[in-house]
Design a protein around this ligand. Structure first.
Ligand code: RI2
Length: 321
């Protein structure tokens, strides 16, 4: 279980972060765990894998890429009639998930880059590998582009974004989060990633995204969301809400200051919800879709049957850390 708890800790501490990256890290941890387990007793193997899955899913509650990836890998045990077969299937599914995730980002980059025109100024918020892949692809295709990247308080993921853009030689402006409205009139296109897409086409992404999208909407600037299909939230079909992670107060205000302010409570939600009407298109590896088509992605592309929506994950241990 060492590898699993190590990965889980890294995800919790955000040493591994980004919805796609945590999904692939969880798949890899399950793969390594399956390989390390003795494949002799099927019931034991299953319960050990379920335990590992529970630990991984409990790390961060918002990005559905995480439970989706875990579900895809763990479902490999279904129908297996020996521990050896279950082990083989889990390993195969983990490998497939990781490869298809990386392939999805390449596909998204190609489609997303076509939404970017030569001479465009793009604004991005947070650090999304899917959104950045679109920008990098447009740049390597020879399009002259300029980017505005936000700081992304309190965890400053904007620093990762500007490093990537800088290293690619893309002209980049680094702005504080509250400067978005001031620059929106200079922006041609907003591109962001997603942690979750709900059945009604709302996008859950880094806190501040809804302000960016609202501001873009007001200024008639198109908003493109780059999201692999495993970011779509199947259980929103049966009415489950996406839990918004509330992170530690210390990320916002140091304890020594907080201690002097007994009437002040720090609120630190990690994510917010952007309604479908502020989003022009969601670019997935299955093609660009209007957000209103999220249902189709969940039903047809993710392939979740209604019985699966109802079947509570046996790994649903989110709250007993
Ligand atoms: P990719 C990140 O969450 C950001 O909200 C980002 O927009 C989203 O995941 C998607 O990122 P965090 O882990 O999967 O920084 O596109 O809290 O990399």
């Amino acid at each position: 279980m060492m590898l699993v708890t190590e990965t889980a800790e890294k995800i919790k501490r955000m040493e591994i972060r980004g919805a796609g990256r945590i999904a692939r890290a969880a798949a890899q941890a399950l793969r390594d765990h399956a390989q390390a387990l003795p494949a002799q007793d099927l019931a034991l193997f299953r319960s050990e894998m379920q335990k590992a899955a529970g630990i991984l899913v409990a790390t961060r509650p918002t990005a559905v890429s995480l439970p989706n990836a875990v579900h895809i890998v763990i479902a490999g045990m279904e129908g297996a009639d020996s521990a050896g077969m279950a082990q083989e299937n889990v390993i195969k599914r983990a490998d497939e998930f990781i490869a298809s995730s990386l392939h999805a980002i390449e596909e998204i980059a190609g489609i997303g880059a076509r939404h970017i025109s030569d001479g465009d100024t793009i604004l991005t918020h947070c650090n999304s590998e899917a959104a950045l892949a679109c920008i990098l692809k447009a740049h390597t295709a020879g399009k002259e582009i300029e980017v505005f990247a936000t700081e992304v308080r309190p965890r400053n993921q904007g620093l990762v974004t500007i490093r990537t853009l800088n290293d690619a030689g893309i002209k980049t402006n680094f702005i504080v989060d509250s400067a978005v409205r001031s620059f929106m009139n200079d922006i041609d296109l907003v591109i962001v990633g997603a942690d979750a897409v709900t059945v009604n086409g709302a996008v859950v992404n880094k806190i501040g995204t809804s302000q960016v999208a609202h501001s873009a909407h007001e200024a008639r600037v198109n908003v493109v969301v780059a999201a692999e299909t495993y970011k779509f939230a199947p259980r929103t079909i049966i009415g489950e809400m996406i839990e918004i992670e509330e992170r530690p107060a210390q990320e916002v205000l140091p304890d020594e200051i907080a201690r002097t302010l007994p009437h002040v409570t720090v609120r630190n939600p990690g994510f917010d919800v952007t309604p479908a009407e502020y989003i022009d298109v969601i670019v997935t590896e299955a093609g660009a879709i209007p957000p209103q088509m999220a249902y189709v992605i969940i039903r047809e592309y993710l392939g979740w049957g209604i019985e699966e929506f109802h079947k509570t994950f046996e790994i649903n241990t989110r709250h007993d850390e």
